[in-house]
Design a protein around this ligand. Structure first.
Ligand code: KG4
Ligand code: ZN
Length: 346
C-alpha cells in the first residue's frame, strides 16, 4: 500500500490539538503532536465552561495545525487526508474542529474523515505497539471509563462501563475536598505513598454484582464522609489522616478496576484470541498502583499488558489522525459533510 500521511484535529473537550501521522510499510509514526490545554481558562470556574472552550478552540486550532505542520516539515499539499473528532464532546468545541477541518480540506482539496473520539483512544495501541485485532481495552480517564473489545477500525464491542462518574473525576473531587491541587489524580497518588490504605474502610460499589459495569460515585461520597468525620474528631484534617484517606481511596479504585478487568478478560478470552492483549488508555492509567495491579492480573492470565506512552494515552490529535488512516485503509469512504455529534456511543 502507498504511504499515507494524515492531519488529525481534536477539540472535543478542553485540549486543542493537531498532529501529523504517517503510515507506510515500516509501520506508523507520529511526525508531530501539538496539544494546547485550556486548564487555566477554566480554573476560576471549577470546571470546563463550554462557551469559553469553544471560543478558545476556534482561536488556537489554526495555530496548532500550523505548528504541527512546521514541526513535521510538511505543507498541506504533502498530506493525503484530514481526520477530525466529530464527537462525542462539547458541541461548540467539536464544531470548531469540524469547521477547521472543512476549511483546510476545501483549501487543499483533501478528503475528510470524521472520527469518534473514543475510537481514537481505542485504536491508539495499534499506532504505538502495532497490536492486532481483537484486543481488550480499558479507557479510564476524567471523562471515560469503559471496557471494549476492539475488533476493527469501526467495530467495538462494549462489555461495560461506569454507571455514574469516571474515576478520574472522583480522584479530582477527592483531591479538591482534601485541599490538594488539580489535576487530583497525581496529587492523591503522591499523598497515598505515605499513607496506610487499611486505616479507613471505604466501599467497593457494584463488586458484588455480576458483569463489567462500574460505579464510583458511592465511593467518592464515602471518602468525603470519612473526611468530615476525621475533621470533626480532630478539629481539622491531620496530615496522617489525609494520607491514609488518599491511600484508602486509591486502593478502592484499584480494587474495583482490577476485579472488573478480571471479568472483562474472562469474556474476551472466551473467544480464544490468537495473541491476547489488554490495553489501557486515559489519564488514570498513569497511576502506579492501578498500572501494577492490572499488569499483575495480565501476567497471571498470560495476556500481554499494553500501556501506550502517556502523551498518547491522554487527549491528543495523533490518535485522531491514526483513526482516520485506519478508516482509509479499511476502505471506509471520506465524508465531506461531517456532522458534529455531541453524543455518539461507540
Ligand atoms: O485522559 P485525561 O488526560 O483526560 C480526560 O479526562 O479525557 O485524564 C485526566 C484524568 C484526571 O481526572 C486526572 O486526575 C487523572 O486522569 N489522572 C490520574 C493520575 N494522573 C492523571 N488519576 C490517578 N492517578 C494518576 N497518577
Ligand atoms: Zn479522551
Amino acid at each position: 500500500d502507498r504511504p499515507l500521511t494524515f492531519l488529525g484535529i481534536e477539540s472535543s473537550c478542553d485540549d486543542s490539538a493537531a498532529a501529523l501521522v504517517r503510515h507506510d510499510r515500516d509501520g506508523a509514526r507520529v511526525l508531530s503532536s501539538v496539544v494546547r490545554g485550556q486548564g487555566r481558562l477554566h480554573a476560576a470556574f471549577g470546571g470546563v465552561v463550554p462557551e469559553i472552550a469553544a471560543r478558545a478552540h476556534a482561536e488556537v486550532l489554526d495555530l496548532c495545525v500550523e505548528k504541527a505542520l512546521a514541526e513535521a516539515g510538511l505543507d498541506l499539499p504533502d498530506l493525503d487526508g484530514i481526520a477530525v473528532t466529530a464527537g462525542p464532546g462539547l458541541i461548540g468545541g467539536v464544531l470548531a474542529g469540524v469547521m477547521t477541518a472543512k476549511g483546510l480540506g476545501a483549501a487543499a482539496r483533501l478528503p475528510l474523515w470524521g472520527v469518534n473520539h473514543l475510537a481514537g483512544h481505542a485504536l491508539t495501541p495499534r499506532l504505538t505497539e502495532g497490536l492486532t485485532f481483537p484486543y481488550l481495552m480499558l479507557l479510564v480517564s476524567g471523562g471515560h471509563c469503559q471496557f471494549l473489545i476492539v475488533q476493527g477500525p469501526d467495530r467495538f464491542h462494549r462489555l461495560g462501563g461506569t454507571i455514574d462518574d469516571a474515576p478520574g473525576e472522583a480522584f479530582d473531587k477527592v483531591a479538591k475536598l482534601l485541599g490538594l491541587p488539580q489535576p487530583g489524580g497525581p496529587a492523591v497518588e503522591r499523598e497515598a505513598q505515605a499513607g496506610d490504605p487499611t486505616r479507613i474502610p471505604l466501599p467497593r460499589p457494584l463488586l458484588d454484582r455480576p458483569g463489567c459495569d462500574l460505579s464510583f460515585s458511592g465511593l467518592k461520597t464515602a471518602a468525603l464522609r470519612a473526611r468530615d468525620a476525621l475533621v470533626a474528631e480532630a478539629g481539622g484534617l491531620r496530615e496522617s489522616d489525609r494520607r491514609n484517606l488518599c491511600a484508602a481511596f486509591q486502593a478502592a479504585v484499584a480494587d474495583i478496576l482490577t476485579e472488573k478487568s478480571r471479568r472483562a478478560l474472562a469474556l474476551y478470552l472466551a473467544d480464544r484470541p490468537e495473541r491476547p492483549a489488554f490495553a489501557v488508555a486515559g489519564g488514570v492509567a498513569a497511576n502506579g498502583l492501578i498500572r501494577a495491579r492490572l499488569a499483575d492480573l495480565c501476567e497471571r492470565e498470560g495476556v500481554a499488558f499494553v500501556a501506550p506512552p502517556l502523551l498518547l494515552c491522554t487527549d491528543n490529535a495523533a490518535m485522531i489522525a491514526w483513526a482516520g488512516i485506519e478508516r482509509a485503509r479499511a476502505g471506509l469512504p471520506p465524508d465531506p459533510a461531517i456532522v458534529a455529534r455531541p453524543r455518539w456511543p461507540l
